[in-house]
Every structure is written in C-alpha cells, then in structure tokens.
Design a protein around this ligand. Structure first.
Ligand SMILES: Cc1ncc(COP(=O)(O)O)c(C=O)c1O
Length: 363
C-alpha cells in the first residue's frame, strides 16, 4: 500500500449537485489525487481538495503535447456498494500510452491505490440512478518548464472525478473519412495521447456541418479500411458473424471492445478481428447481411449505428441499417455489460472490483 496523505475540503459541495440533471463533464467531486515525478521516481502522493493548478507558461506539455489520459467509471451496484469495472486494465493502458510518449511508468499498485483512495473518499458522489456513474479521469503530463522538444524530466499524475448521468446515445449517422485520418500504424493512435483528440476536432466539426454525428475513421492509404468510429471502437454484424477491425497499431485497445469480444466468444458467437473495408460493408449491405453495427466505449458501452455514408463521384451515398429496435446483438451486449456493472448478473470473468469506503479527513 502506498503512503497517500489525505486532506479534505472544509465543506463538501455535494449538497449543491442535482443528480437528476447532470451535464457531462462539468461537475467535479470534492477531492483529487496528485503525485509528482521527479528525480526518477513518483513522490508526494496525496489527495487534496479539487482545485486549479498553476503551471509555467513554458510548461513542456502545453507546447509539445506530452500528455496522456484514461477514462473509467465507478458505479453503485444493486446494494449501493461502490464498484469499478476492470480498473487494472486502465492501469495497464496508461502505461502503454506512457511508454509510447516517453513518459515514466505509473506503478500499477500506485494507480490502483490512488483510484481506490479517491473513490473511497468520494463514494457519495457516485449517482444512485441506474446507468449513472462517477466518471474517473486519470491523466499524466509533463511539467518541465523548458522550451525544447525532448522528454520532460518531471511529470504530474492527477486523478479527478465527476458524476455523470445515464449516457444515452441516439443512433449514429456516420460518414467515412476520405481526407483526414485519426491515426496511422506506427503513430500514436494506440495511445490515449491528448493530441489524438485535438487532431480529430477539425474533421469532426466538418462532419457535423455536413449533417453527420461522427466519423467512421479509415486508413491513411486508401481511405478504405475501417479503424474506429468517433472515439469508440467499432463492430459490424455481417450475417452470423461479428466483425471488428484488428488492432493494427492505429486503433485504441478499448477495454469495452475486449469485454464485448470476451462475452461474444464465451457464448459461442462467431467473432472475427480482421481488416474490414468499406467495400465489404457496401457489398454486405446490398445483400441484406449488414444487420447490426455499433460503437463500443466506456461512455455509452454500445452506441448503435443507424447509417453509414460514403462519397461516390463526389456525392454522398447513405446506407441505412436496420431499425435499431430490431437489433439483437447490440441490445443484448449493452444489457449484459450494464447488468454485470450493477451486479445484477454473474461476473464470470472477475471484472468488478469493490471499493472500500472511507470518511473525509479534515485538517
Ligand atoms: C479513440 C478511442 N477509441 C476507443 C475508445 C474506447 O475505449 P474504452 O472501451 O476503453 O473506453 C476510446 C475511449 O477511451 C477512445 O478514446
């Protein structure tokens, strides 16, 4: 167990929160975890009141982007106990991101102790309603105050949290990327690096202006092979087979993706992780075999796809998919994960992790 000092705010802000009307990502809980990396090790692990931080204008992360993050959630189970879903996978992934960005490892036990301590203290911030959650944002960024393109020698690892309502995503109308790319093999698409998200904003804005919800990202050579959808992994049901793009270095290794693949394989559904092209989707759609499609990620678990548009001779062609209510696999998978998270269903893969609650420390 790491030595984490705790200082709570004088008064909690919890009573001012309307749990029935939670805007996403705007309300933050009482505490945050902070640790500093210097002299080659993580030090001063502490939980303090959530508050702004000060940075030098020459902070290296602001200029050259050494900044990575994770996104995970704490839930209340059916008995009101605080639970985390596969937290160790997030610890593993933040270190993969750190490695790619020349940043230091966060020991898995420090990550786990930090998340457990923080959620234990702010457990009352987990909204009680089914489908609501306490969103957890661990992130690490460079703190050297120096202008120079090189790895920082110092970093901050911070975790803060905030309550979010049930994430309802309306069926998505997607457009395939045919000019901009999200990621390329050998690039940083497999890392949760801040710059990936910045680079996607402009093309996503263009897609919104053209009337679409999200981009179906494709490869950088032919704009043909599917990668992801918005900030989610993507699945297609073609006939009796569930197909998702194989991890090729340009695709984030989603924890929801892995969980869905595990559930599908356990129930004996035919699953393929392989390159899948827009041409194959068009063909399958023509033959009436493209019966379901969905994005997968922590935020919504499963977001069904209503249509996929692509350009042909300069004009958009829209492929309408079957009515979302008629879908079998996407509806079932979403319910299965949500039931495991609420502990309404068995957890055969040991994904749920209970958090020990604790009281604020005044001082
Ligand atoms: C680019 C991208 N792809 C996929 C995902 C889904 O990953 P996960 O299921 O771990 O939330 C995310 C969200 O973290 C993402 O940012």
């Amino acid at each position: 167990m790491n030595n984490i000092t705790i200082q709570s705010p004088q008064t909690s802000r919890l009573s001012s929160v309307d749990f029935d009307n939670l805007p996403f990502g705007e309300i933050f809980s009482d505490h945050m975890f902070v640790a500093d990396y210097r002299d080659g090790k993580w030090q001063d692990a502490r939980v303090v009141p959530f508050a702004p931080i000060t940075l030098s204008p020459s902070n290296l992360a602001l200029h050259y982007g050494q900044s990575i993050f994770e996104g995970m959630k704490a839930f209340k189970d059916k008995d009101g106990k605080p639970m985390l879903f596969r937290p160790e996978q997030h610890a593993i992934r933040i270190n993969k991101s750190a490695h790619r960005m020349s940043m230091p490892d966060i020991p898995e036990d420090l990550f786990m102790d930090a998340v457990n301590t923080l959620i234990g203290l702010d457990h009352a911030w987990i909204p009680p309603k089914r489908g609501s959650a306490l969103y957890i944002r661990p992130f690490m960024f460079a703190t050297d105050a120096v202008i120079g393109v090189r790895a920082s020698k110092t970093y901050k690892f911070i975790i803060f949290t905030g309550p979010v309502g049930p994430y309802y995503s309306k069926p998505l109308n997607l457009v395939t990327a045919d000019e901009y790319v999200r990621a390329v093999p050998g690039g940083v698409g497999e890392a949760k690096a801040a710059g990936n998200y910045a680079a996607a904003i402009y093309p996503t804005d263009l897609a919104h202006t053209a009337g679409f919800d999200q981009i179906l990202w494709t490869d950088n050579r032919d704009y043909k092979y599917i990668q992801e959808c918005g900030t989610m992994n993507v699945f297609f049901v073609i006939g009796d087979t569930v197909v998702t793009p194989n991890l090729n270095g340009a695709i984030l290794k989603g924890i929801t993706r892995d969980s869905l693949l595990t559930l599908l394989r356990a129930e004996g559904t035919k699953v393929e992780e392989r390159p899948i092209s827009i041409d194959e989707l068009i063909e399958a759609h023509k033959e009436g075999k493209l019966i379901d499609a969905f994005g997968a990620g922590t935020a919504a678990v499963v977001s069904q796809i209503q249509s996929i548009s692509y350009k042909e001779n300069g004009e958009y062609v829209k492929m309408e998919l079957p009515d979302v209510k008629s879908r079998d696999i996407s509806i079932r998978l979403k319910k299965e994960i949500n039931d495991i998270r609420a502990r309404l269903a068995a957890d055969p893969h040991g994904w749920m992790h209970e958090v020990k609650v604790s009281s604020p420390v005044m001082g």
